[in-house]
Design a protein around this ligand. Structure first.
Ligand code: EPU
Length: 426
């Protein structure tokens, strides 16, 4: 017995149909929002990934009954409101735990959430979350590594969420969730416009909240006395869809993606088109076919509707095989480049200069043992393995299991040679 890893034999063309799962980054804040609600919540299309299990564990500790059903639905009901503490052991594993802060404070008037530390993709501060809670009138202190927040009541407020790297997705989620039960009107300026924020707002409105402007930088929330439960379907995972689009292209194959929202992927599809890749909608599915010649391009990650940082690593793998030099600049997490050195082990020619990577196209990648460092970097290495000559071993795949549901099984079903094995790290 050792650690699980992926063994991939590269070179197979992927062909067939893949169903995209529900979005992890929409499911997590919506699950946390259960803390705000009276009555039963049924969520459909919740992806079965490790982060969802970690948040379920945390919610159970916070007194929420969480029942997972085999059809990807989740039933959540608040049973007990005594505990308002998210411990470090769970926050450390999953930074998204921070999204219980707003709901706990709004509903239980107190929250203790361990301060998340840094992670592989950067420092990831939470100052904007804390600032928002203070603007609602809460007392917030840092005590022995915990964010301790208290309020007799929350008042609607004007909340500005701009930071040095743009807005904040989970910060917007926290502010919006707290505002639903605050007294009066809240205006969130420079709110994140990501589809996952819109999904949370739509869910909250279905529970009885009054939110407008979701999907724009100005969200207005009119506080209500209480929220009830509802039944809701999570949006498709745009990052998983984008990852499979690269898989089709990079293996010279053709994939049909079901449950795929192209309107959530405009910037990504624009860049794929510039590379020469065709993405077409046919009936309810989206087809991606390969091209022989990949054009080099420039890409800069930006908040939505710009190019998503969560697809930066995967696109980099594709650009390794372009016919010329490409440039990727990371404007959200300037240090999110741990995949660069690993891709270079596979024969890529990448040079990092500050928040930019210069990619010199090569004819082919070559299989090698590589180390996954974070969720999206691991996806980039799996993609590299799928097109590389020879065998690739991707170690530390627990990173990929955090956010991709059964990626090995899904890839195998469309022709990839990928196996989950166990052994000592090489
Ligand atoms: N930031 C601050 N202060 C804050 C919060 C954020 O300066 O208080 C900075 C961050 O350091 C970063 C930028 O603002 O430079 C944007 O970070 P954001 O807060 O939007 O990130 P997040 O909400 O913590 C979510 C996703 C990430 C995704 C980012 C950006 C979830 C659970 N996570 O994180 O997803 O990369 O938005 O789109 O929704 C992933 O799925 O692999 C992942 C990392």
């Amino acid at each position: 017995m050792g650690l699980p890893y992926f063994h991939i034999n590269g070179g197979n063309r992927l062909r067939g149909t893949v169903r995209v799962s529900g979005a992890k980054n929409a499911a997590l804040p919506i699950m946390a929002a259960s803390i705000l609600c009276e009555g039963e919540i049924i969520l459909h299309d919740v992806p079965y990934v490790a982060d969802v299990l970690s948040l379920s564990e945390l919610l159970i500790k916070l007194g929420v009954d969480v029942e997972r059903r085999p059809d990807h639905s989740l039933r959540l009901v608040v049973r007990d409101e005594m505990n308002s503490r998210a411990e470090y052991d769970i926050v450390r594993k999953m930074r998204a735990s921070i999204c219980v802060l707003g709901p706990l404070l709004a509903k239980r008037r107190r929250a203790t959430v361990a301060m998340p530390g840094g992670c592989a993709i950067g420092d990831r501060p939470v100052d904007l979350h804390v600032r928002a809670m203070r603007q609602f009138g809460a007392d917030v202190d840092l005590v022995s590594g915990d964010i301790v927040a208290k309020a007799k009541r929350l008042r609607g407020a004007e909340v500005f969420l701009g930071g040095p790297f743009g807005s904040t997705v989970l910060g917007t989620a926290n502010a919006m969730m707290a505002a639903t039960l605050a007294e009066g009107i809240t205006v969130i300026e420079m709110a994140a416009c990501e589809p996952e924020v819109v999904d949370l707002a739509d869910f909250l409105n279905q529970c009885g909240a009054s939110i407008t402007g979701q999907g724009t930088p100005r969200i207005v929330v009119e506080g209500v006395p209480e929220l009830k439960g509802c039944e809701y379907r999570i949006i498709p995972d745009r990052i998983e869809a984008g990852t499979f689009m690269v898989a089709a292209t990079i293996t010279n194959g053709e994939l049909k993606l079901e449950n795929c929202r192209l309107d959530h992927l405009m910037a990504f599809i624009d860049r794929l088109a510039a590379v020469g890749v065709k993405v077409e909608r046919a009936d309810a599915a989206v087809t991606v076919a390969s091209v022989r010649h990949l054009e080099p391009i420039d890409v800069t990650t930006q908040p939505f509707p710009g190019f998503p940082t969560d697809l930066q690593a995967q696109l980099m793998t594709l650009l390794c095989l372009a016919d010329g030099n490409s440039i990727i600049t990371e404007k959200i997490f300037p240090d999110r480049f741990l995949h660069v050195a690993e891709l270079n082990r596979m024969g890529a020619r990448l040079r990092k200069e500050g928040p930019t990577v210069i990619i010199e196209g090569v004819k082919r990648l070559v299989g090698a043992p590589v180390m996954a460092s974070d969720l999206r970097a691991s996806a980039a290495l799996v993609l590299a393995g799928l097109c590389a000559r020879g065998a690739t071993r991707v170690n530390r795949i627990y990173h990929i299991d955090r956010g991709y549901e059964r990626i090995d099984e899904k890839l195998r079903a469309v022709g990839a040679e990928i196996e989950r094995r166990e052994g000592d790290e090489t």
